[in-house]
Each structure stands twice: as structure tokens, then as C-alpha cells.
Design a protein around this ligand. Structure first.
Ligand code: FES
Ligand SMILES: [Fe+2]
Length: 440
């Protein structure tokens, strides 16, 4: 059990440019976040390509204590169901992924469920005759989530029946999902190359805050950028492959001016991205073979328009972050107040040459994996922040950068790339979720 926190108390923790340290270290706040943010928002579950065939399933958690299954049925419908038996609550599926031919069978007393969650069989059913138990009562099924929707293969679900439809909730940030898919000559992407699963021993919000914190790369990643430069300088002229691989690291050393130019755009519900016209990924070479396939599909002008929408990180608050220009995503799964997991999934652009997927996988390994050269730098500073906030000294963290300079447009707020607009956007949503005002 945990202690409830009043609305007045929540209000006192989030100021326009300061956050109370309890947000990162207080177990009661974490439990309330699970109920009011993760239990109310649309949470990314997985991509439809992870369950291509009838009976394919994928399991994950929608909040720290709610396991779910994404499964494809015979009619090609993808469902997201609570991963628990209606009899005595046993978790039905322990594997991360797999295929069930006919039905899910509970490992405890053998109740069986169709792919859509309908209860179909109870062993020794005669014992229920005349007891008032109704096999056809929907409460005896695996329970569906309150709402499940998919956009261009990205499956989201929510425990809230109040949340607006998915497209409304994604708002203007939906352009980033479109851009990722449009980078495929066939207009479709699919998960490929496995997952990098990386546990972080700190609060989940450090990761979200860091995505578009453009004041940190040139400091936190300074040493690896220098090492990459030294390595490139040491290479012989002929080592073109090694050079292009090491060059993936260099943008992390971009200047404050470059990051300022990229801009940040914020939306309702906490979503935001940095970049658009330009980003640290803007100078990627467009491979000739890929370009010709894109031109064949879209025409020269449209193909160039697709590559020129260059975002760095897009956050669909609170669970999904996309790198459109790199074609990978990172999925956030909180575990405890000081523990969460990040999963990196890479995408194949259907119809694109294999080199595009290889580049994505290389990026994911170099930057996002636990054995990578960039992500572990970030984790080191999150852990130091966690340690510092758990100590005494001051109760507050600050986010004043460019306060008062954000520009409100019709459906979005825009501001400088080195501003704290991303913080203002997500903590406005945080407060609304936590006060129960988000869908009012
Ligand atoms: S708990 Fe599942 S059949 Fe009994
Ligand atoms: Fe970083």
C-alpha cells in the first residue's frame, strides 16, 4: 500500500521552472504516476509486424504491475488483452513472444481462451452445472484493455475509457510516425533485428527529460566524440566503411548553435520533438539505390521532402520515443521509483535496400545498447542525478532556459532548440495527469 497525495500537494511540487526532488525519489509519487499517467495515457504496446501470423503473441507490461498480451487472431485482428486468467488470476503467458495455435491454456487449472480472449473451455465442466456460473459471461474472458488502436502498424492501448481516440491524442506529433513510415518506398515498416533491452537504475523521467535536452551532448558525450575523431584521423584513406561507422558518433559533439537552430516543438499531452527543418541526423548520406527506389515510389520532389523532415527524438509521452531518420524506437517501461527498462527496436523500411537496415542496427548497437558508446554516458549522469536528489542540499531541480520565450501556435508550442520547452511541455502534462484534469 502507499499513501495518497492530495491535488494541492501535487500542485506544490511542479512550479513553472522548478520541480521538487520528490518527483524522482518518492515511492508514493511513483505509484500515483503508474495509476494516473501510465494508467490514463495511450501506451505503446508493440508493432503489428511483431505478430505477423495467426496466434502470434507478444507480451509486455502497460504499467509496472499490469502485464498484457498483444495477439493476432484468425480474422487478422490484433488484440491487446490482460495477461491473466479469469479463474484465479494466474498470469497466462510468461514468454516474451511466441505462437499459440488454437487457444491460450492457463497453466494452473487449464481454462482455455481464444485469441480474442473469449473463454472456450473449462476442464471437468460438469462441476459448474447448476451453480449459477455462466461460461458465456464476458467477465470470464481474458479482459480486453479499455481501448486499443493502431496507427500505421503502431499498436497503442490504454486502461482509460476517457482517453480521446488515438489520432486525436497523437496530435501534430503524428507527422513523425508518418515520416518514419514514408521513408519506406512501400510506405510500411516492420520490426527487424531483435531488441536491445537495457535496465536503468534510476527514475524513468530522467530518460524522457534527456531526449531533447540539447545542453548535454557536447558535455556528457565529449570524450567519446573526441575518441571517434582521433580514430577517424588514424584511419587510412581506404578505410571508408570504418570511417562512416565512426562518423555516427560525431553529431553528439554538435555545437550549442546547431542544437539551438534545430528548435523544439511541443504538443498537448506531453508529446514533443526536436528538429524538423534540421537535426543532428540531417547530414546522413542518402544511398543512391535507396534514393532511386524512393523516387520510383514517390517522385523526386516528394522523396526529398520526406528526407528533409529531420527530427532528432520524438517523444509520445510517456512510453514511446522515435528516431525517424534512424528508423528505430525506444520504449520505456517503469519498474520502480528508481528502476526502468528501455527497449530499442529497429525497423526495416519495406522496399529499401538491406544497407538501410544494417545502418539502423549499427546505430542502435553503437548508441543505444548497454554496450554502446553513447547511451551508457547518459545512464551515468542519470544515476548521479538520482544519487544527488536522494541526498540533502536542496529540494529543487530547475528548468528556466528560455522561459517566457515559447511561441504558442494553433496546435503546438515552438521554441529554441536549447530551451527547456520540452520540460515545460511534459511537466504541464504530468501535472494534468496527476491532478486528473488531463481529459477534462
Ligand atoms: S487460475 Fe487459470 S485456470 Fe485456474
Ligand atoms: Fe545523451
Amino acid at each position: 500500500m502507499y499513501n495518497r497525495i492530495s491535488t494541492t500537494e501535487i500542485d506544490s511540487l511542479v512550479e513553472p521552472a522548478r520541480l521538487h526532488k520528490r518527483l524522482y525519489i518518492d515511492r508514493d509519487i511513483f505509484e500515483l504516476e503508474m495509476e494516473r499517467i501510465w494508467g490514463q495515457a495511450w501506451i505503446f504496446i508493440g508493432h503489428e509486424s511483431q505478430v505477423p501470423n495467426t496466434g502470434d503473441y507478444f507480451t509486455t507490461n502497460i504499467t509496472h504491475k499490469v502485464p498484457v498480451i498483444m495477439v493476432r487472431d484468425k480474422e487478422d485482428q490484433v488484440h491487446v488483452l490482460h495477461n491473466r486468467c479469469a479463474h484465479k488470476g494466474a498470469k497466462l503467458v510468461e514468454n516474451r513472444e511466441g505462437n499459440v495455435r488454437g487457444a491460450f491454456r492457463c497453466p494452473y487449472h487449464g481454462w482455455s481462451y481464444k485469441h480474442d480472449g473469449t473463454l472456450i473451455k473449462i476442464p471437468n465442466e460438469a462441476g459448474y452445472e447448476g451453480t449459477g456460473f455462466d461460461l458465456n459471461d464476458a467477465c470470464n474472458n481474458m479482459q480486453p484493455l479499455a481501448q486499443v488502436e493502431s496507427y500505421r502498424g503502431f499498436v497503442f492501448a490504454t486502461l482509460s475509457s476517457q482517453a480521446p481516440d488515438l489520432k486525436t491524442w497523437l496530435g501534430g506529433a503524428i507527422d513523425c510516425i508518418d515520416n518514419l513510415c514514408d521513408r519506406s518506398p512501400d510506405g510500411e515498416v516492420e520490426v527487424a533485428g531483435g531488441v536491445l533491452r537495457y535496465e536503468h537504475e534510476c527514475n524513468w523521467k530522467f530518460f524522457l527529460e534527456n531526449l531533447n535536452d540539447t545542453m548535454h551532448p557536447m558535455v556528457v558525450h565529449q570524450s567519446v566524440v573526441q575518441a571517434a575523431k582521433d580514430y577517424i584521423d588514424s584511419l587510412p584513406e581506404s578505410a571508408t566503411r570504418e570511417r562512416s561507422e565512426a562518423e555516427i558518433i560525431l553529431p553528439f559533439g554538435s555545437s550549442y548553435e546547431n542544437f539551438e537552430d534545430s528548435g523544439i516543438t511541443g504538443f498537448r499531452y506531453g508529446h514533443h520533438y526536436d528538429g524538423g527543418k534540421t537535426s543532428i541526423h540531417a547530414n546522413y548520406t542518402v544511398m543512391p539505390e535507396y534514393h532511386s527506389r524512393m523516387v520510383a515510389s514517390y517522385g523526386e520532389e516528394k522523396a526529398r521532402e520526406i528526407y528533409s523532415f529531420n527530427t532528432h527524438n520524438t517523444l509520445f509521452y510517456p512510453s514511446l520515443t522515435i528516431k525517424t531518420a534512424v528508423q528505430n524506437i525506444r520504449v520505456v517501461r517503469p519498474v520502480a521509483v528508481d528502476r526502468f527498462i528501455v527497449e530499442t527496436w529497429s525497423f526495416r523500411l519495406k522496399g529499401a535496400p538491406d544497407e538501410m537496415l544494417q545502418r539502423t542496427l549499427l546505430y542502435s548497437r553503437l548508441v543505444n545498447s548497454s554496450a554502446g558508446m553513447v547511451g551508457p554516458d547518459d545512464l551515468e549522469v542519470y544515476r548521479r542525478a538520482q544519487e544527488g536528489l536522494e541526498s540533502s542540499g536542496s529540494d529543487w531541480v530547475e528548468y528556466h532556459r528560455q522561459l517566457g520565450r515559447d511561441q504558442q501556435l494553433e496546435d503546438r508550442v515552438v521554441g529554441g532548440g536549447t530551451s527547456d520547452l520540452d520540460m515545460r511541455t511534459q511537466y504541464k502534462a504530468w501535472k494534468e495527469f496527476m491532478n486528473g484534469e488531463i481529459y477534462r
